[in-house]
Design a protein around this ligand. Structure first.
Ligand code: GAP
Length: 448
């Protein structure tokens, strides 16, 4: 099964899903570029998520905030002081490692959230060395925010941060969104966008990267509604994932222990997927209390007190958060979909997620009448908004295999019978079964 990581990595490169970034310059650690088919999957996921958690919900609105904001945002949010992992350095090579990961590898113990002095003690007790076998230096905190210099005048450049979590613009814009959209508590603000973290340990593959995208929903609520909103977010987020075809047996919620939790969380439940490299988190449901609005209030002077229009009660809204990593979700979906049937690789992606919903082939590429008919079908499907692949190379068997490994649910072949009776062959990716249907019924068949 571990083998699948290599197989998926190689398939993703060979078929244009994911490329190691800047490969012509020797690559760049933990950076990946999403190729044509990866970009389609990400776009499908963004659209599906937005439709489910913004468009369909009258109590949620969207936002698209800045990646670089006022540096005070990150002081108020607590990230400049508290957003840190404990790292240890190899005393010979000076390579840095996440202390909790080294300890977990050596002892199987989860020590995420332990203080540097506790880490030093565990390392000493278990005689843990660096992966190169060298002595480790003293453990210390390493802040994960990525600093940037902005401005055009060399001496007057300002140091700022790339956002360390996508949601902070939601918090500092909370009042503007509430007033402009005439919202009352409870309501939510959602956002999809990039985040950046100076991760000490990256990988495997694009599981943990320094630049990544998150889809986040922040529900602003009365504190009494925290428990019910938290449970609701757990339920709706998990059922959305099951609707994407993820095997429920490979999903589990895990509550974070107090010392594992980020500084802003009072309760945190990770949703984990069983990867070949273990159960790993790819989504979190968090109860952030009034941490964010209270801190932004203190640091900016803005009063975030909310007055309930019916009861007159005054309070600072609390937040229940749903956060899922977009590229990490794509990795889950690739593992969930990868299968082999003899020498045939089949990516059993849900049709909603698959880069192409259907492929259209003329049986022979040098017969104009077949090509024209197939092109008409292709154009008609594209016109209907159905993402459609065109393939006229090699024999039909090879074309089927080629579409199977990129996850195309259906293939349509236009042959000589099509010219006579207006029917085509439609072939199902998962069963490899073929049947003849009329051209008019193609779109309803593939849209299920
Ligand atoms: N706003 C809350 C927040 O950022 P988080 O648990 O740090 O919470 C949420 O991140 C999700 O973002 C994770 O479950 C994961 O899917 C994704 N994520 C976090 N760090 C990541 C990284 N370095 N690379 C890829 N995805 C990451």
């Amino acid at each position: 099964m571990q083998d699948n990581l290599q197989k998926i990595t190689s398939l993703c490169k060979r078929r244009g899903f994911v490329f190691p970034s800047s490969e012509i310059y020797g690559g760049w650690e933990a950076a990946y570029d999403f190729g044509p088919l990866g970009a389609e999957i990400l776009r499908n996921l963004r659209n599906l998520w937005w439709k489910e958690f913004v468009t369909k919900r009258p109590d949620v609105v969207g936002l698209d905030g800045a990646i670089i904001s006022h540096p005070r945002v990150w002081e108020a949010s607590g990230h400049t002081d508290l957003f840190a992992d404990v790292m240890v350095e190899d005393t010979i090579t000076n390579k840095r490692y996440r202390a909790d990961h080294l300890i977990e590898d050596a002892t199987g113990e989860n020590v995420d959230g332990s203080k540097p002095e506790e880490i030093d003690e565990i390392i000493q007790k278990n005689n843990i060395k660096s992966p190169e076998g060298n002595k480790l230096g003293k453990a210390k905190y390493f802040n994960q925010l990525v600093e940037v210099m902005v401005g055009t005048v060399e001496d007057a450049k300002t140091s700022a941060y790339l956002r360390g979590e996508t949601c902070q613009p939601i918090f500092y814009n909370y009042e503007l969104v509430k007033d402009s959209m005439r919202k009352k508590i409870p309501f939510g603000i959602a956002q999809i966008g990039k985040s950046f973290r100076n991760e000490i340990k990256v990988g495997p593959y694009f599981f943990r990267t320094r630049e990544f995208e998150q889809m986040e929903l922040e529900m602003f609520i009365h504190p009494n509604d925290a428990a019910s909103t938290f449970e609701e977010l757990k339920t709706v987020s998990k059922s959305w994932l099951i609707g994407l075809g993820i095997d429920e047996k490979k999903l589990r919620f895990r509550e974070q222990a107090q010392k594992e939790r980020a500084h802003y969380n009072k309760i945190a439940h990770d949703l984990e997927y069983e990867f070949p490299f273990g159960w790993k988190e790819f989504q979190g449901i968090h109860y952030r209390t009034d941490w964010d609005l209270r801190r932004h209030g203190e640091f900016s002077g803005q009063d975030f007190t909310y007055t309930d229009p019916e009861t007159g009660e005054k309070f600072i809204p609390h937040v229940a958060e749903y956060s899922i990593g977009l590229s990490r979700l794509m990795l889950v979906l690739l593992f969930n979909a990868y299968s082999e049937d003899g020498d045939r690789i089949v990516l059993k992606l849900d049709p909603k997620v698959a880069p192409y919903k259907v492929a259209v082939f003329p049986l022979l590429k040098n017969k104009d009448e077949l090509v024209i008919k197939a092109k008409n079908i292709f154009e008609d499907l594209v016109e209907k908004g159905i993402s459609t692949a065109w393939d006229d190379r090699g024999n039909i068997g090879k074309r089927y295999y080629s579409q199977d490994e990129i996850g195309t649910p259906y293939c349509i072949t236009v042959d000589f019978q099509t010219l006579e009776d207006g029917t085509v062959t439609i072939r199902d990716r998962d069963t490899a079964k073929q049947e003849r249907i009329t051209i008019e019924t193609i779109s309803s068949k593939i849209q299920g």
